[in-house]
Design a protein around this ligand. Structure first.
Ligand code: MSP
Length: 501
């Protein structure tokens, strides 16, 4: 069977500020899916990067007295540096100030223009420079404020080019009818559909006052509204991510865009329309997650309230952070995170439930069987609880149910701990009362730990590697309980998640 291609993306992040945990969150979600799909033998391409044009960057640079490019270079470097720190396995990092991106954007937008999907007109509306977005009257907060940034907005009136979004109303409705899983979860899909059904207006494509943006190929006096330049990253990247190679045919349309609800409208409404306007196939699917909250407010640089991912990782390691975020907050929903909650899950789940289980199993095999895993039969009761877990887990991740999939794996961790308590290998080992049962128990513990750890690879990549090496497991493909006969030599390792001092 030829391996399936799987192209997963994150939003590209604005460089007007430094990376925070919210950005890490989306990137990690995409990373978990990318790693899992690699385990399933898919041909994976995982893209992330930075969105470097637009007024927010222009304004932030002005405040600091530097050029937008200088600010972009400085902060893009920080986003790029974040990736290995959180253990993101992205295949490319796109920067929209890359001239190869600009050239491709000009080519595609010219096509949109040639196809007749662009009009000139006058724009009057409420513009938020921090969102780089116009707000409708309906969206405004009290006192004509931005509902996200809580700043007072100005009404602007200017000559603009417009993208004829309204012309795609019917096609978009058709797309949503044909593809029930175009946007997941369902409640986000419904939001997108009701936005479309509410009637689409044309959207501003350029701004005459903007300096830090790409020129429109047919009217270079006007600079492109950053969202068009930004959305197109998903296709331009494929044309230059690999020197001398164009990956478009191999990976487009994208399998999955990962993003939060704040940019739903751009991705679920404007983006598929723009694809159609540019003779590109729209992406296959997008998954919309919620916000990480600290003290009820969305965590962001502009509102403050930032939990520094660098600091967390320095103390606990990237695996612990990855685990916590997808365990604590049900993926798709908003959810609160806290230092206290983090430490508690680290202690009880990572250190005790999983780390301790691994240490005990390896120690018992060494003590009772000189480090060689016995060859024995699968325990019937354990087999019941492992039955069908691989397809169940995979299916959850196919639907981007990252928290539920992790819970499936964690059920097995808890089951293995119960198995240790029930079978009491230390009692069986006394005088070797029942050596066959002890063989069976040890074999099943190693086997259970192996199968469970293979599932956990995308969530806990570093710890899983260490443990799988100790278990002498050469494969990374998902496996069923009993698919390995035993007989291998295992090694003890230091605690995977040492207790917090
Ligand atoms: N540059 C645009 C995206 C263009 S994509 C073609 C942008 N950038 S951003 O820096 O503001 O990033 C927004 C995204 O960052 C959100 O959609 C989400 O993926 C992530 N998050 C930022 N803060 C977050 C939380 N507090 N919680 C969860 N995700 C967060 O919008």
């Amino acid at each position: 069977m030829s391996p399936q291609s799987y192209f997963v993306t994150t939003p590209i992040y604005y460089v007007n500020a430094e990376p925070h945990l919210g950005h890490a969150y989306s990137t990690l979600a995409a990373d978990i899916l990318a790693r899992h799909m690699r385990q399933r033998g898919a041909d994976v391409f995982f893209l992330t990067g930075t969105d470097e044009h637009g007024e927010p960057i222009e304004l932030a640079a002005e405040r600091e007295g530097i050029t937008p490019q200088e600010l972009a270079d400085r902060n893009a470097a920080k986003f790029e540096a974040l990736m290995p720190i959180i253990d993101a396995s992205n295949d490319f990092f796109i920067r929209t100030s890359d001239p190869r991106h600009s050239a491709k954007v000009a080519e595609i937008m010219q096509r949109v223009y040639d196809n007749g999907w662009v009009n000139k007109g006058v724009y009057e509306g409420w513009y938020c420079p921090r969102c780089a977005d116009f707000k409708t009257e309906r969206e405004l907060g009290p006192g004509n404020t931005c509902p996200i940034h809580e700043i007072v907005l100005e009404k602007v009136r200017e000559e603009n080019w417009f993208f004829r979004l309204s012309a795609f109303q019917g096609q978009l409705e058709g797309l949503y009818e044909e593809r029930p899983d175009f946007v997941v979860p369902d409640f986000r899909r419904n939001e997108a559909v009701s936005f479309i059904k509410g009637g689409l207006e044309d959207v501003s494509l350029s701004r005459p006052t903007l300096k830090w943006g790409l020129p429109l190929p047919w009217d270079p006096e006007q600079r492109m509204y950053v969202w068009f330049d930004a959305l197109l990253n998903y296709v331009t990247a494929l044309t230059f991510a690999r020197e001398g190679e164009d990956l478009t045919d191999r990976f487009w349309p994208a399998t999955l865009h990962v993003l939060a609800k704040d940019i739903l409208k751009f991705h679920a409404v404007i983006w598929p329309a723009l694809c159609l306007a540019a003779d590109l196939e729209p992406p296959r699917r997008m998954t919309i997650h919620g916000y990480l909250l600290m003290g009820e407010k969305k965590m962001s640089k502009s509102l403050g309230n930032v939990l520094d991912p660098f600091e967390v990782i320095e103390r606990f390691g990237a695996d612990a952070l990855r685990f916590y975020l997808f365990r604590e907050v049900s993926f798709g929903q908003d959810g609160s995170i806290s230092t206290a909650g983090f430490e508690s899950r680290y202690e009880t789940e990572l250190a005790n439930d999983y780390g301790n289980l691994a240490s005990r199993v390896l120690a018992m095999v060494e003590r009772y069987r000189d480090g060689t895993v016995p060859i024995a039969a699968v325990d019937v009761t354990l087999a019941e609880d492992f039955e069908g877990v691989v397809p169940r887990f995979s299916e959850l991740l196919d639907r981007a149910e990252l928290t539920q999939a992790l819970e499936e794996a964690w059920k097995l961790v808890r089951r293995l701990n119960r198995f240790v308590e029930e079978s009491q290998p230390w009692v069986l080992a006394k005088d070797e009362a029942d050596p066959e049962r002890l063989d069976e128990v040890l074999y099943n513990l190693v086997e259970g730990l192996r199968v469970t750890t293979l599932l956990l690879v995308p969530y806990l990549p570093a710890s899983a590697e260490t443990l799988l090496a100790a278990l002498a497991e050469p494969e990374r493909a998902l496996a069923d309980l009993g698919s390995r006969p035993g007989g291998q030599s295992v090694e003890r390792i230091p605690a995977l998640f040492p207790k917090i001092e």
